[in-house]
Design a protein around this ligand. Structure first.
Ligand code: F6P
Length: 327
């Protein structure tokens, strides 16, 4: 137990993710349950530097569990990358006597938290909030399930028009460095191809699959492309395939930031509630420099180092399955 843990700061940083509000709510309500004061830090590290910090009471997080985005706002902070920026952030925390931090975000958020904790000795626990699902130490990150559901709903609509016109659609989903959204969206929407940044894109083998499908009289097809494809944008990939494949007319659709918004799914609300609670309990129990994840339905703490560096691996079995059942 850490008897000095009396005032906790909570913030979101990096790309927003549906379920962040549910996590903030869980942090505030858990603090209240344990008679701790909680402070909301606005606009991530930017607001920490600028001292945009205010006390959050139980009522401040009423009616937000179902809302997308984050009531604390978020930002990607260049200033926090500098020692001067981090020093200013530390001074803001001192001004509010903050003893510990809950950092809700992804890779960049945790990288900043790690350095900050090492430099200034403020205990930090991370809550994995990113649609990318690319952190080691948790089966899923907050926002991933909602993003995949949003993407699948969009692909279902594209499927209707692809079917009506006998077209081949290349559909770009988010994930500059991570193919998890593409994999789950592709598998869940019965796509004929899934291209992810973790694996080299072999246009020839994609062509072989598309030709095979066209030969068995499949009248349309869908290929899901993660935005971080090595061959360039989804338009470049579509062009490369189109040059050698004329079974259907080719179209491109980019789902984009639609994937980041919207009401969180049940799974994301529950995940966020458990992780937000787990982060506060961890700080009370004197844990720090860790991320609160959920593995096989159990709350687990892994070091921020591992969470960032080991990266969540793409499930090859799921990729193989998608291929087998799409043929
Ligand atoms: O990290 C989440 C994410 O949505 C990625 O999938 C995507 O590559 C990136 O953020 C987009 O960032 P921004 O909204 O800053 O353009």
């Amino acid at each position: 137990m850490n008897p000095d843990m009396k005032r906790i700061g909570v913030f979101c940083s990096g790309g927003d993710a549906p379920g962040m509000n549910a996590a903030i709510r869980a942090v505030v309500r858990t603090c209240s349950y344990h008679d701790l004061h909680v402070y909301g830090i606005y606009r991530g590290y930017e607001g920490m530097i600028d001292g945009e910090i205010s006390r959050l009471e139980k009522g401040d997080v009423a009616n937000i569990i179902h809302k997308g985005g984050t009531i604390l706002k978020t930002a990607r902070s260049e200033r926090f990358r500098t020692k001067q920026g981090r020093k200013a952030a530390h001074e803001s925390l001192l001004a509010h006597d903050i003893d510990g931090l809950v950092a809700i975000g992804g890779n960049g958020t945790f990288a900043g938290a790690r350095i900050f904790e090492k430099e200034f000795g403020i205990p930090v626990i991370g809550v994995p909030g990113t649609i990318d699902n690319d952190l080691f130490g948790t089966d899923f990150t907050i926002g991933f399930d909602t993003a995949v559901n949003t993407a699948i709903q969009a692909v279902d609509k594209i499927r209707d028009t692809a079917d009506s016109h006998n077209r081949l659609f290349f559909i770009e989903v988010m994930g500059r460095k991570s193919g998890h959204i593409a994999l789950y969206t592709g598998l869940g929407s019965g796509a004929g191809g899934i291209l992810i940044p973790e694996l080299a894109t072999d246009v020839e083998s994609l062509l072989a699959v598309l030709n095979k499908m066209a030969k068995r009289n499949k009248l349309f097809n869908l290929v899901i492309v993660a935005e971080g494809n090595e061959n360039g944008s989804v338009y470049d990939v579509a062009k490369a395939v189109n040059k050698k494949f004329d079974a259907y007319e080719t179209k491109v659709a980019v789902i984009g930031h639609l994937q980041r918004g919207g009401s969180p799914s049940a799974q994301d609300r529950i995940l966020a509630s458990r992780m937000g609670h787990g982060a506060v309990v961890g700080l009370i129990e004197n844990k720090h420099g860790v991320m609160c994840g959920i593995q096989s339905n159990e709350v687990k703490y892994v070091s921020l180092d591992d969470a960032i560096k080991k990266k969540s691996q793409i499930d090859q079995d799921l990729l193989d399955l998608a291929q087998i059942i799409s043929l």
